[in-house]
Design a protein around this ligand. Structure first.
Ligand code: ES4
Ligand code: ZN
Length: 319
């Protein structure tokens, strides 16, 4: 039996497996620039975040209807459940769909059709986190937040993703202030490719309650001390870090050093269809490559619930 765990860093668009991509392409009459699923998998050769994102946004062309988003989420939830995920806080990228003419309502209501039945069907509780694309303007993020107002009863929080370098958190100060005023929880990607200063800024300027990735905090001992002292959760994604070359090899991943430093680390899958595995696969990979013992793995699973946005009673039930 896989360890019960919560997944806190998962882009739903990053769960689009090649087989489903071709099925949806056919259903929607969308032509993909790949002969078949093998050719598509063969295109998954990334050097960095940018080269990955170009392919990732391109493949989203097949997602058009509520049913597409429902099927996408159901496929993810079934795989996650099989790997011990009991709770998932799911990112989605509204701007990546709005810019293609897919309405926010189509995305949210489509995902919701799967999410509202997830506890009964998959045994997985869920929350939705709407992410802003940091390489788009702050004005576009504000418009997106405005467009989300009819759907806020379905949305727990906001996040910040896409190409990090050159797009510091401070760019989104007003958007996060507005999100907080609406009662939304706040997270942000920081310190994946960007410098440790972006982590500090995400905390101080955006009020981020969790840092997605946060890997590069290890370059700044004072920042590590602060993250430990303030119990700021980090949602690490080891297989993603290898595929996007944030680390040279899994065996060199700083996760053990981060745990030793007392950081509240969690292990997550990021974009599992692209990076070689779901949450359980990431747990298995770090156990094998980094020699983590059972106590460490249990600590990581426990951390995932501690770092979640579940209320205490919900958390106890999910564990
Ligand atoms: C992402 Cl790995 C990663 N980093 C930043 N933004 C993203 N969106 C999807 N995957
Ligand atoms: Zn991510």
């Amino acid at each position: 039996m896989p360890l019960p765990k919560a997944e806190l860093h998962l882009h739903i668009e990053g769960t689009l497996e090649p087989e489903l991509a071709f099925e949806l392409a056919e259903r929607n009459g969308v032509r993909l620039p790949y002969a078949d699923t093998e050719a598509l998998r063969g295109a998954y050769r990334f050097d960095d975040l940018r080269s990955f994102l170009d392919l990732y946004y391109g493949l989203m062309a097949v997602l058009r209807t509520e049913r597409d988003f429902e099927d996408l989420a159901n496929a993810y939830l079934a795989r996650a459940a099989a790997q011990g995920v009991r709770h998932a806080e799911i990112f989605f990228d509204p701007q990546a769909h709005l810019s293609r003419g897919v309405a926010l309502g189509t995305v949210v209501e489509g995902l919701w059709r799967a999410l509202e039945r997830s506890e009964a069907v998959h045994g997985v509780s869920t929350q939705l986190i709407m992410c802003f694309l940091r390489d788009e303007s702050a004005a576009s993020a504000l418009e997106t937040l405005d467009a989300a107002k009819p759907y806020l009863h379905r949305i727990t929080g906001v996040g910040l993703d896409s190409a990090e370098v050159g797009h510091p958190p401070v760019k989104f100060r007003e958007v996060y202030e507005a999100a907080a005023a609406l009662g939304l929880r706040r997270v942000a990607h920081a310190g994946e490719e960007g410098p440790p200063e972006y982590i500090t800024e995400a905390l101080d300027v955006l009020g981020a309650e969790r840092i997605d990735h946060g890997l590069r905090c290890m370059e700044d001992p004072a920042l590590v001390a602060r993250l430990v002292r303030e119990r700021v959760p980090l949602t690490l994604c080891p297989l993603s870090n290898v595929r996007l070359r944030a680390v040279d090899a899994l065996a060199e991943h700083p996760l053990p050093a981060m745990l030793d430093a007392g950081l509240l680390c969690t292990v997550n899958s990021d974009d599992p269809a692209y990076f070689g595995g779901y949450a359980g696969d990431n747990f298995d990979a770090v156990r094998t490559a980094l020699g983590l013992d059972e106590d460490r793995l249990r600590e990581l699973a426990r951390n995932s619930f501690t770092a979640s946005f579940l209320e205490h009673d919900e958390e106890r039930r999910a564990r």
